[in-house]
Design a protein around this ligand. Structure first.
Ligand code: G3H
Ligand code: 13P
Ligand code: ZN
Length: 310
C-alpha cells in the first residue's frame, strides 16, 4: 500500500469514536519506535514532520524513511506536514510526496487565515492532498485569566463553522486549552469541553477536528529524566482521560511530540549515567527507540482507542 491520505482514517475514527495518533518524527529511531508500536497494535498512523524537522533532517530524508516504514509495516500511514507556516512550504511538501499538509494561519486575523488556507486548499486538492488548518491560539487555560480572555484565544464555534465552509479545508485544529511542550498547566489541568461541544454542534456532522499539544507528559518519564541529570521541574501534560473524552467527542487526530522527546531523552540519560564508558550510538539510540515504542503503544491502545483499526 502506498502512503495514504487521512480522509478514510478520519471518517472511520469519527464513526467509531476513536482518534488517530499523529506523531512527530525527526530521525530514523523515532520513525521506527512509532511504527514498531503501531505494527503490534495494528493501528493506522499519521507520521508528521514539522518545518524544523524537515530542515534538521533535510528535505527528502524523512519522506523516504516514512515510505520505508510503510513498506516494512503494510499499515495505512499518512505523511503530514505539521504547522506549515506559508504557502511555499505547503506546496513544496505537496510536490515532495506528502499526503497531507497543515497550513497554520492561526497567527493571522480571521480573514487573512481564510485567504491563506484557501490558497493552500486549492493547490493541495488539485494534487489529491488533504489540508489541515488551525483556528484559535493554543494556550493553557491558566493563561486565560477570565472568560473574555479565553474567548479571545480559544476557537470561536461560529467562526469554526464559517471557516470550514469558506475554505473547504479537510480538518481543523482547535484551541480549547492545550499548548505545545512539556509545561502545559501551572495549576490544575483544564480543557474547555463545553466549547468543543459547541463547535461540534455547529460544524458538519462527522467533520474531523484536531487536537494539538496533546502530550500527557508521563510523570515517571519526567522523574527518570530528572533522576539521571535532567532538569524539568513542574513539567505537566494533558491527563489521558481528557484525551479519551476528546476522542469520543469527535476529535479525530491527536498530536503527540513532547512525550516522544521525553521518552527518548530519559532513556539516553539513563544509559549515559549507568554506562559512562559506552560510546557506540546504537547502545543508546536502540533503547531510546524501544522507549518511544512503549510510549506509543500505550497511547494507541489505552488512550486513543485505535488498536486493531488498521
Ligand atoms: O508543534 C510543535 C511540534 O512539537 C514540533 O516541534 O517545531 O520543534 O519540530 P518543532
Ligand atoms: P505536544 O508538545 O503536546 O507533544 O504537541 C505536539 C503537537 O501539537 C505537534 O503539532
Ligand atoms: Zn502542534
Amino acid at each position: 500500500m502506498p502512503i495514504v491520505g487521512t480522509k478514510e482514517m478520519f471518517a472511520r475514527a469519527n464513526k467509531e469514536g476513536y482518534a488517530v495518533g499523529a506523531f512527530n518524527v525527526n530521525d530514523m529511531e523515532i520513525v521506527q519506535g512509532i511504527v514498531d508500536a503501531a505494527k503490534e497494535e495494528k493501528a493506522p498512523l499519521i507520521l508528521q514532520v514539522s518545518s524544523g524537522a524537515r530542515k534538521y533532517a533535510r528535505p527528502g530524508y524523512l519522506v523516504h524513511l516514512v515510505k520505508a516504514a510503510e513498506e516494512d509495516s503494510g499499515l495505512p500511514i499518512a505523511l503530514h506536514l505539521d504547522h506549515g507556516d506559508d504557502f511555499e512550504i505547503c506546496k513544496s511538501c505537496v510536490d515532495g510526496g506528502f499526503t497531507s499538509v497543515m497550513i497554520d494561519g492561526s497567527k493571522y486575523d480571521f480573514e487573512e487565515n481564510i485567504k491563506l488556507t484557501k490558497q493552500v486548499v486549492e493547490y493541495a486538492h488539485s494534487k489529491g492532498v488533504v489540508v489541515e488548518a488551525e483556528l484559535g491560539k493554543l494556550a493553557g487555560i491558566e493563561d486565560a485569566v477570565n472568560v473574555s480572555e479565553a474567548d479571545a484565544k480559544f476557537t470561536n464555534p461560529e467562526q469554526a463553522a464559517e471557516f470550514i465552509k469558506r475554505t473547504g479545508v479537510d480538518s481543523l485544529a482547535i484551541a480549547i486549552g492545550t499548548s505545545h511542550g512539556a509545561y502545559k498547566f501551572k495549576g490544575e489541568a483544564k480543557l474547555d469541553f463545553a466549547r468543543l461541544e459547541q463547535i461540534m454542534k455547529l460544524i458538519p456532522a462527522g467533520y474531523p477536528l484536531v487536537l494539538h499539544g496533546a502530550s500527557s507528559v508521563p510523570q515517571e518519564l519526567v522523574e527518570k529524566c530528572n533522576q539521571y541529570g535532567g532538569k524539568m521541574p513542574g513539567a505537566k501534560g494533558v491527563p489521558e482521560d481528557f484525551l479519551r473524552k476528546a476522542a469520543g467527542m469527535g476529535v479525530a487526530k491527536i498530536n503527540i511530540d513532547s512525550d516522544l522527546r521525553l521518552a527518548m531523552t530519559a532513556s539516553i540519560r539513563e544509559v549515559f549515567a549507568k554506562t559512562p564508558e559506552e560510546f557506540d550510538p546504537r547502545k543508546y539510540l536502540g533503547p531510546a527507540r524501544d522507549a518511544i515504542k512503549a510510549v506509543v503503544k500505550n497511547k494507541l491502545k489505552n488512550v486513543l482507542g485505535c488498536s486493531g483499526k488498521a
